[in-house]
Design a protein around this ligand. Sequence first.
Ligand code: ZN
Length: 159
Amino acid sequence: MPITKNSVVAFAYTLTDDDGEIIDSADTQEPLVYLHGYGQLIAGMENALAGREAGDRFSIVLPPEEAYGVYDENLAGAVPRSAFEGADEVAVGMQFQMEFPGGLRVVTVSAVDAQHVTVDGNHPLAGETLHFDIEVVSIRPASRDEIEHRHAHPAGGAH
Ligand code: ZN
């Protein structure tokens, strides 16, 4: 059966960046499992999987606009340390929620000095072109529970 809405799909993938560095992967022994048709994957990836059959192998290249967005410099910059008065500790790599004109965003601390904390509210993969090598491992129809919950369950059962 080809992948359509309400298919539960298991697929293996290798995700690399423009330099061929591996960012993430899942092999055929422990594939990623998702319910097709509900936006659980980034749109470019879900579109590329539609209509595929088990055993199909293919590659896709998603520019930032179809993946995690272009890098927005307005979401990154230094803020006064006083803005973090409520936090016990502020260190590189820590994540906080901050108010932006478009609403709350999760920011990651990229640098800290005596007066300033530099934060970045972009997704870690913003600005990256993503290269996926995909192998469809299995496809099955979703159970009623899965469709109701809008996600895949292990072996399709209830939980
Ligand atoms: Zn569920």
